[in-house]
Write a protein that binds this ligand. Structure first.
Ligand code: HEC
Ligand code: HEC
Ligand code: HEC
Ligand code: HEC
Ligand code: HEC
Length: 669
């Protein structure tokens, strides 16, 4: 299992970061580091994914992408780095085969497409609509084969590509991600710098001071609000944080704002002022149970993003919890755990929908393993000091990021348009920051500075172009999605999630709006990432070449007949007996021993129809470890000839038509 995980995009990136030495690497995304990756990985290891080159309006963008998939809604750019309008795309790399054999490639495409294997044409297609175009049979050698796909978008309207393959043993499936690879190129390295620089620019909230017009959602990324912060955070901790945020959390987007003489005094005054901003304090919490909290920490996989208590070794994108006793006022930790996004919309800590008891148990546990809060009373705050702090807060740039009602922000910096490329070696990007100036101090590595400079030298138009696939690829790294998905048994590996779910359902699920827990038997739960949900939910579709809004799926004219056949099929009496593992609505599974399945009543709203068909046809081509039985033979025929003549696709459609009825489903046989 470890091996296949290591091959996945996310883990490669994660590993690369572990080799980085910079303090800010918590924020770096991977995209660039594909480029420097060979170093950390050993040059012989091929890199997962294919190189994709997109050209539009004379501008070219090169990146690594997991598969030959693309969806570009009408009027939108193919990537944030090229303008909207007609474009060409080219995928290049290798596809490996376990054994020599003959394969057929098939595609759904809006636009014109050509697939070549080892230089020979394998498939040519144009505007297929919903019916797959089928290529001629081509021979793949054992080991690697060169793969090249060329695509020209339609002149207007949406573009899409979704490539499949099949051979005698493998039913129609998307190309297995682990079998696609590429070698890095100079063009890729150049583009990667700009991609990385843009990601840093957004994550570090540079635009909060250097005013930036644009429509990318991250331009509105916020910081914890100051209103009422005095009731939630300890004054002494705030003073220490403000002096040197990086020392408390490597990778935080907050720069050090004070330097030189008097900075300790200023930090203390600012903290005193923030401490005076009282709001509604946290509700009284009952004392929690440390042992229960410890159990919850493990069951809920908090360790995906936090180091095990006692370890100081931080993996990329992990955050230490050892300061919680010094940081949170009494009761505030439990309140934070219950609603992390309450005072900070774009926080990366997700919402686990903890009950009050769970939150206080977890808080008790975390307090028990954290560094003790410093003894003694907090520094006394007199009115002068508070006033001095207020003035600093209003004048040195804190309020560019942090919201505070009723205080006028007096800080300004040059807008982005005035930052000429030549100046990206000074100011915030100076190697040795000047002390005592109003310029914030960042702790960037040389690579990060170079990436920001590459971005500064680009046309920066990418700040006005958002695509869901780009959002997903970057934030799934920042938010550690792959540190849970693919690491633990029982819920889907990351690769299986791309292209699986209807985007509307995925968005609502990630936002935490769906009360039903698909895997109702399990103790784990998917935490909610409300601010990020829409981009992630749509990206899980568009990255796979599927639209961000579910396409209409009209019921066939014989839907009633099919649904009735479907009812037989899921039942145990002459059907497949799906009901033995899966509940269907209120009808409970009959014999769940080791492979409980998801309640099928949610399938129609949750699953992409194409995924449902491919899953039923051959679950192990999607998830080789699946415990779900394979029902159909190599030719795709159903083992139940008495139902629908044993026609495979029709049989699967019949189950789908039954599931379409949702709460109107009749009891299975
Ligand atoms: C807290 C506000 C603030 C933030 C956040 C900030 N800057 Fe600055 N930056 C300044 C100020 C102030 C200067 C000095 C020049 C000026 O007044 O604009 C400056 C100067 C610069 C300069 C040199 C400009 C020149 O003409 O000399 C560059 C380049 C720059 N910043 C880039 C960035 C980047 C990239 C980021 C994000 C990593 C960033 N800044 C974040 C406030 C900020
Ligand atoms: C997907 C990643 C992720 C998961 C999973 C996660 N956290 Fe967090 N957590 C974060 C991030 C990121 C922060 C920092 C938030 C900030 O202040 O910007 C954080 C902050 C915290 C803090 C505050 C630490 C501090 O010093 O400010 C606590 C406490 C915490 N998390 C507890 C938990 C618990 C308990 C769980 C499991 C129920 C959990 N986290 C699961 C990402 C995660
Ligand atoms: C470029 C944006 C930016 C600027 C400028 C900035 N901060 Fe922050 N600050 C943040 C972010 C983002 C966080 C959340 C920490 C994290 O996610 O790692 C934060 C966290 C904090 C916290 C901890 C709050 C909590 O609940 O965890 C305090 C206190 C704070 N900042 C004070 C200040 C003060 C005072 C200033 C001015 C001297 C300032 N910040 C300037 C972005 C900024
Ligand atoms: C702390 C661990 C954890 C993290 C981090 C995490 N997930 Fe999940 N995720 C889960 C669990 C557990 C489930 C299964 C929930 C269930 O079925 O009740 C799940 C389910 C899902 C599902 C529904 C899948 C299905 O087949 O029903 C989606 C979509 C999803 N996660 C997306 C994400 C994204 C996107 C991220 C990163 C932003 C992410 N997850 C991060 C634990 C996690
Ligand atoms: C031996 C038990 C078993 C039987 C019988 C079974 N399944 Fe499954 N099924 C599973 C398991 C285990 C999974 C994977 C669940 C997961 O991803 O957590 C699964 C997954 C699925 C999924 C996709 C899961 C999702 O995320 O929604 C569908 C659809 C499905 N099964 C339909 C069926 C249908 C229809 C039948 C009957 C034709 C059937 N299953 C028979 C065990 C079974």
């Amino acid at each position: 299992m470890m091996n296949s995980r290591l091959r996945s995009l996310g883990l490669l990136l994660t590993r690369i970061f572990r080799h980085g030495s910079g303090r800010l690497d918590v924020l770096a995304t991977g995209l660039v580091l594909w480029a420097v990756s060979t170093q950390g990985l050993g040059a012989a290891e091929p890199l997962t994914g294919l190189i994709r080159t997109i050209t539009a309006g004379g501008v070219t963008d090169v990146s690594v992408t997991p598969n030959v998939w693309l969806f570009v809604p009408k009027g939108q750019p193919a990537t944030p780095f090229v303008p909207a309008g007609p474009f060409t795309a080219r995928w290049e790399g290798s596809i490996s085969a376990d054994l020599r054999g003959d394969f057929t490639f098939q595609v759904l495409a809006q636009g014109a497409l050509k697939v070549s294997i080892n230089g020979a044409l394998a498939l040519e297609a144009k505007d297929t609509g919903p019916a797959l175009a089928i290529g001629q049979s081509v021979r793949l050698n054992k080991g690697t084969n060169s793969l090249k796909v060329e695509f020209t978008s339609p002149a207007v309207g949406e573009s899409m590509v979704r490539l499949f393959w099949t051979n005698r043993e493998i039913p129609l499936s998307t190309l297995p991600l682990a079998q696609l690879s590429h070698e890095s190129t100079e063009a890729l390295r150049r583009s990667a710098g700009v991609h990385e620089g843009r990601d840093l620019f957004l994550e570090l909230r540079c635009a909060r001071c250097h005013q930036t017009p644009g429509s990318v959602p991250e331009l509105s990324m916020d910081a914890p609000e100051f209103d009422g912060i005095g009731s939630r955070r300890q004054v002494d901790w705030m003073a220490a944080w403000i002096r040197d945020p990086q020392a408390h959390r490597a990778g935080t987007p907050m720069p050090a704002m004070l330097s030189g003489e008097g900075s300790a005094e200023d930090a203390a005054a600012i903290a005193a002022y923030l401490g005076s901003l009282k709001g509604e304090g946290p509700a009284a919490v009952q004392p929690g149970a440390i042992e229960t909290g410890k159990g919850l920490f493990e069951k809920l996989h908090c360790g995906a993003c936090h180091p095990a208590p006692g370890t100081s070794d931080l993996k990329p994108h992990q955050v230490s919890q050892k300061e919680v006793s010094a940081k949170f006022t009494p009761g505030a930790l439990a309140a934070f755990l219950q609603k992390p996004e309450q005072h900070f919309r774009w926080i990366r800590m997700p919402n686990f929908k903890l009950t009050a008891t769970e939150a206080s148990d977890l808080a008790a546990y975390l307090h028990s393993v954290a560094d003790p809060a410093p003894a003694g009373d907090p520094a006394k705050a007199d009115a002068d000091r508070v006033e001095q702090g207020r003035k600093r807060v209003a004048s040195i740039g804190c309020l560019n990021c942090h919201a505070l009602d009723g205080v006028k922000n007096e800080f300004t910096a040059k807008p982005l348009v005035q930052l000429a490329p030549a100046s990206w070696k000074s100011g915030c990007l100076a190697e040795t920051p000047s002390t005592g100036s109003k310029v914030p101090r960042y702790t960037l590595t040389a690579d990060q500075r170079a990436a920001l400079q590459a971005f500064g030298a680009s046309d920066r138009a990418s700040l006005d172009r958002a695509t869901a696939a780009d959002f997903l690829e970057r934030h799934s790294v920042h938010l550690n999605c792959r540190e849970c998905h693919g690491q633990f048994e029982g819920f889907p590996a990351w690769d299986h999630l791309v292209g699986k779910l209807k985007p509307e359902w995925a968005t609502r699920f990630i936002r935490g709006e769906i009360a039903v827990k698909p895997r109702s038997w399990a103790e784990y739960r998917m935490p909610a990432f409300p601010a990020y949900a829409q981009g992630l939910g749509e990206g899980l579709s568009t990255l796979a070449g599927l639209p961000p809004v579910t396409a209409p799926d009209p019921a066939p004219s014989d839907t009633a007949t099919l649904a009735e056949a479907g009812r037989k099929l899921v039942g145990a009496n002459g059907g497949f007996g799906c009901i033995s593992c899966h509940s269907i609505g209120e009808f409970g599974a009959t014999q769940v021993f080791e492979a409980p399945g998801i309640n099928l009543a949610t399938s129609f709203d949750r699953l992409q129809p194409d995924y449902f068909h491919r899953w039923l046809r051959a679950p192990t081509t999607i998830d080789p470890a699946s415990k779900m039985p394979v029902y159909f033979d190599e030719e795709g025929r159903s083992p139940l000839p008495e139902i629908l003549g044993g026609d495979g696709p029709k049989t699967i459609q019949a189950v789908w038509e039954y599931l379409r009825l949702k709460d109107r489903m009749a009891k299975p046989e």
